[in-house]
Structure formats: C-alpha cells, structure tokens
Design a protein around this ligand. Structure first.
Ligand code: NAD
Ligand code: UFG
Length: 354
C-alpha cells in the first residue's frame, strides 16, 4: 500500500515506518521536525534497505499538505504528528489546540481532496482522564485533565463524527499506554529534548550519568510499593499494532477504537530496579512530592485488540529496558542536531541518500 505517515521522523513514527517498509509498503513521511531529526529516517532506510519520500511539511500549512497528497496519492494515512508534553500544554493551550486539532483537521481535508479515507490515529490512554475503574476498557467514559489530553479527546470525537457522516471512512483510534524501549539495533529510539518528562528516558539518563538521580513522584500511593503504576509497552509491539489496524481497516468501515497496552502494570520502583539490573549501573532516586494530575495506577484491558486485530504485546519490562539501554549507550546524546526545519525537500532527499 502507499502509506503516508505524518510525524514519521518521531519516536513511534520511525519505528512504525521501519515495519511498514519491512512489510513491503511504499512510505512517504510528512514532518516539520519540530521534535525530531531526519537522521532517524536515514537510519530507518538503512535498516530496511529501502527508500522513503521525506517531506518537510507542516500540517498547519494546508497548501503544502494538499500538494503532497496530490503528488503521493496515498491509500492510507498513519497520523502521529502532534505535540505531546502535558506540562507545556497547560502553559500554552492554544499552541496545542492549533497544532493537534487544526493540524488534524487540515489532514482530513487533504485526505478528502484525493479520496483517501483510511486513517490510523495516535490517541492516548490520557483520554481515560482520572478513571479508577481498572483495567481500562475502550468503553470507559472519556475525560481530559489537561489541554493535551483534551486535544486527543476532541480529535477522537471529530473522527467518530466524520465516520458517522460518511460511510466511506475507515478509522482507527489507537489508545497507547506508556510507550518505551527502542529498536533492537540501538540505531533508533526516543530522543527527548531537554529534561525528559517521562520516567523511562529520565531513568536512562541517570544510568548513563547525564543526570544525578530520579525524582520519584510520590511514595504513598495506594499501590503495592507506594509508587505510581503504569502499563509500559515496547515501541516495537506498539508499531506492530498500527500494521494490524491498517489490515483491519481494509475490510471494515467506520471508526474503531483499540487500547494498545500489555494489560499489566509496573511501578516506578520496579522500573528503576529493572534499569539498574540491566545496565549494571546504580540508579539513584529520591521520593519527592506527587506530580499534580497523576493517577496512582493505570493499565489496559487489551482484549479487544487481541480479538479484533489478532495483536498482542509480546515484550516484557526486561526487554524494554534492555533495548532502551542499548539505544542510550550507543547514542548518549541522542541524534545529532540537524537544522532540518529549514531544509528543502531536495536537501532532505540528498541527506537520505548520503
Ligand atoms: P514525537 O514528538 O517523537 O513525534 C511526533 C512527530 O510529529 C515529530 O517528528 C514532530 O516533529 C512531528 N510534528 C509535530 N507537529 C507537527 C506538525 N504540525 N506538522 C508536521 N509534523 C509535526 O512523539 P511520539 O512519542 O512519537 O508520539 C507520536 C504520537 O503518539 C503523538 O501524537 C503523541 O501524542 C501520541 N502518543 C504518544 C505517547 C508517548 O508517550 N510517546 C503516548 C500516547 C500517545
Ligand atoms: N514519574 C516519576 N518521575 C519522573 C517521571 C515520572 O516518578 O521523573 C512517574 C509518574 O509519576 C508516573 C510514572 O512515573 O507514575 C510514569 O510517568 P510518565 O510521565 O512516564 O508517564 P504518564 O503515565 O504520566 O504519561 C504518559 C504520557 C502521556 C500519556 C499517558 C498515557 O506522557 O502523554 O502516558 O498513558 F497521555
């Protein structure tokens, strides 16, 4: 299939593009490199020994987006492009609504313009808000606790309304739990800018010596060891879920929603222990105040994805940590900084060819 991937240079996008290429799909990527580097795409093409079309396209630029759709005529879209930092979304809500909601609206209009109506969307377990009914099933009522989460919720609703209005659309809302890990080659992985917001990249940076110690946000939650519990999912399993959803959409119209998680939770201290064990490095930590807005515990019921898609997460915490550690060791400061937001499509093509 000709698949257009928005945000394909990013963390989850790059791992998914690799699998698409390995499965024989023709891939094109639209990314503005606001949180990524074309180096990830270069490494993906070298791992897959296949080429991709990489365009410097901002979803907020409808003309550029339309031109790309006219050119590529994709049969399906996987939509990763979005901003994802919860704290930043509280400080700058309009930036999040503009980028995530307007960006998606533009994308849907570009899709319509070429009659492409198959879409896989990166949603998030954040749409379960502060729900305490565990495990979380797709029918759990949605809510949002911050602007980032509300953009995901609005987009899910927009997609459902679109599918209800026109029976030609096939849409998958994939609700990711906590994606971690990296490709086993150690060549691609998550490269957070500045101080990581998320636990696993923070722990990795402590293990490699870039940061002193992990602040554990709360030690008095009603969980087995008092620290927060999350459903960590290996990014390779998560990527595979997108290919399974794409297959399903070939046979099925309408809007569908699936949780992508393992179904099991790990605590903050379990993650720190696993990292120290695998890396052989001490991981210092200190229990500090709870982070506002965090829930004690959160994990998926992933049965629906298993039944409908034949998909199931296969990698456990140990492997997530091993792969994350390999990536961290091989790329202690992430991808080299390349001023890609200024690069033309010709320069990008040349860069990938080099
Ligand atoms: P990421 O930041 O690594 O990737 C997002 C990509 O989108 C980046 O390459 C960025 O440059 C690009 N982008 C952003 N705005 C754009 C725009 N207007 N035009 C073109 N490109 C744009 O993030 P990720 O972790 O790979 O997440 C991918 C998607 O999954 C996001 O939508 C995110 O909200 C969602 N998600 C992520 C997590 C997580 O913990 N990583 C959890 C749940 C959902
Ligand atoms: N934590 C710490 N110290 C840190 C960072 C995190 O103790 O430095 C704890 C948190 O309190 C939580 C756990 O580690 O208990 C996981 O926190 P993350 O920030 O890694 O992940 P969250 O579950 O808070 O949020 C992530 C994404 C959201 C997404 C959500 C959906 O960041 O965007 O998963 O499941 F919405």
């Amino acid at each position: 299939m000709r698949v257009l991937v928005t945000g394909g240079a990013g963390y989850i996008g790059s791992h998914t593009v690799l699998q698409l290429l390995q499965e024989g799909h023709e891939v094109s990527i639209a990314d503005n490199f606001s949180n990524s580097s074309p180096e990830s795409v270069r490494r993906v093409t070298s791992l897959a020994e296949r080429s991709v079309v990489l365009r410097n396209v901002d979803l907020l630029n409808q003309a550029d987006l339309n031109a790309m759709f006219q050119d590529i005529q994709p049969e399906a879209v996987i939509h990763f492009a979005g901003l994802k930092a919860v704290g930043e979304s509280v400080a700058q809500p309009l930036k999040y609504y503009r980028n995530n909601v307007t960006g998606t609206l533009n994308l849907l209009e570009s899709m319509e313009s070429v009659g492409c109506r198959t879409l896989v969307f990166s949603s998030s377990a954040t749409v379960y808000g502060e729900s305490t009914a565990l495990p979380l099933v797709e029918s759990t009522p949605r809510s949002a606790t911050n602007p980032y989460g509300r953009t995901k919720l609005h987009i899910e609703e927009m997609l459902e309304e679109l599918a209800a209005s026109d029976g030609r659309w096939s849409i998958a809302n994939l609700r990711y739990f906590n994606p971690v890990g990296a490709h086993e080659s150690g060549l691609i992985g998550e490269d957070p800018q500045g101080i990581p917001n998320n636990l696993m990249p923070y722990v990795a940076q402590v293990a490699i010596g870039r940061r002193e110690k992990v602040g554990v946000f709360g030690g008095d939650y009603p969980t087995a060891d008092g620290t927060g519990v999350r459903d960590y999912i290996h990014v390779i399993d998560l990527a595979a879920g997108h290919l399974a959803a794409l297959d399903y959409l070939q046979e099925s119209k309408g809007a569908h929603t699936w949780n992508l998680g393992t179904g099991a939770g790990s605590s903050v201290l379990e993650v720190i222990d696993a990292f120290a064990r695998v890396s052989g490095q001490p991981v210092a930590y200190e229990i500090v105040d709870r982070r506002p807005g965090d829930v004690a515990e959160n994990y998926a019921n992933a049965e629906k994805a298993r039944l409908d898609l034949g998909w199931k997460a296969e990698r456990g915490l140990e492997q997530m940590v091993e792969d994350m550690w390999r990536w961290q060791k091989m790329n202690p400061t992430g991808f080299d900084e390349i001023p890609a937001s200024e690069m033309t499509d010709e320069e990008l093509a040349e860069f990938l060819g080099s």
